[in-house]
Design a protein around this ligand. Structure first.
Ligand code: FAD
Length: 288
């Protein structure tokens, strides 16, 4: 089912992200995690894509398996900055042939070796190609409540976002954030600029101390004092940190839904127990 139709039918949705294995040898273990998350009956699951296209075959394979064998709505990610148009066209053909209707269209992080695509500089060009080669697809794009790390002025970032949405996005999913007020301010600013597509809040449950530094380095997300205090108190005990992290994420989600941000995507990091913990706390709140 297309995600835009899921949003039209359900006011409140909860979805989960997983990442595919880097090697074929790891496929069965990831499939088992994905299966356990699918058993929670999320609104949909998204499957990420290796920046250089290295895991592209596993993204499509896992998405198709979840859809066909576990009856789950799926979205496959696709990046473009390390690929040429021929390769992207082949990936789109594969998604279409496998019946994958939802695509998260991304530029991808700039490769460290500086080797850029001859055909793509930004996600907007990928969106234009999806519209050309697979026009029926439902397309999501990324947005950054605290601004994308490469863009100095948030007003410029929002201008680029507007162009990206106008190129044909059906919805946006946010980068992780740990302070809901940052999202509320962002929503105010983008709505003022005429960006009216649904915005899905991306929530990262932090369940170990090391993840904090890694997540901040990757996303540039700021860390509220309340969060720092929690990590300071529980960070050295994995069980306590997991429980505290799941509760923090769940409280964030409840505040979001209470304030009208009703589509929630959890970066579940291939951890079924974390997805299950969040889902259980929201079981009466999420539309089935
Ligand atoms: P773009 O929209 O192209 O934006 C990138 C930068 O370029 C921004 O600073 C923007 O302001 C600027 N820009 C955009 N258009 C223009 C223009 N016309 N002129 C000048 N500047 C412009 N990465 C992966 O490798 N695999 C994944 O599966 C993956 N999934 C993700 C899912 C989500 C929800 C999010 C938020 C991110 C994900 N990423 C993933 C990371 C993403 O690839 C990086 O954040 C990347 O650096 C930017 O991708 P983008 O699609 O937002 O790029």
């Amino acid at each position: 089912m297309k995600i835009r139709d899921i949003f039209a039918e359900h006011e409140v949705t909860l979805s989960f992200e997983i990442f595919p294995p880097k090697t074929d040898a790891g496929f069965a273990a990831v499939e088992e995690c994905a299966h356990q998350i699918a058993a929670l009956e999320p609104s949909f699951m998204s499957i990420t894509y290796g920046a250089g296209g290295g895991t592209s075959a596993n993204t499509a394979k896992l998405a198709a398996k979840l859809q066909d064998e576990y009856n789950t709505n799926v979205m496959a990610h696709l990046t473009c900055v390390s690929s040429d148009r021929v390769f992207v066209k082949e990936r789109l053909h594969e998604y279409k042939t496998r019946g994958i209707e939802n695509i998260m269209a991304l530029r991808g992080d700039l490769p460290k070796d500086g080797q850029l695509s001859p055909d793509y500089s930004h996600a907007i060009e990928l969106i234009q190609d999806i519209k050309k080669f697979y026009p029926e697809a439902c397309i999501g794009g990324a947005c950054y409540p605290e601004g994308h790390v490469e863009c100095e002025r948030q007003s410029e970032d929002i201008q680029h976002l507007k162009e990206k949405v106008d190129a044909g996005l059906d919805f946006l999913t946010t980068q992780m954030f740990f302070d809901n007020n940052i999202l509320y301010n962002f929503l105010y600013r983008i709505r003022e600029q005429g960006i009216m597509v649904p915005v899905v809040a991306g929530i990262m449950p932090i369940t170990n101390k090391k993840q904090v530094a890694r997540s901040v380095a990757l996303s540039g997300a700021s860390i509220p004092q309340r969060f720092r205090t929690m990590v300071d108190r529980f960070g050295d005990d994995p069980q306590k940190m997991t429980q505290a992290g799941v509760i923090y994420a769940t409280e964030q989600i409840i505040d979001l839904i209470s304030n009208g941000v009703t589509h929630i995507h959890v970066y579940s990091m291939n951890k079924p127990e974390i997805a299950a913990g969040i889902q259980a706390s929201l079981s009466h709140i999420i539309d089935k």
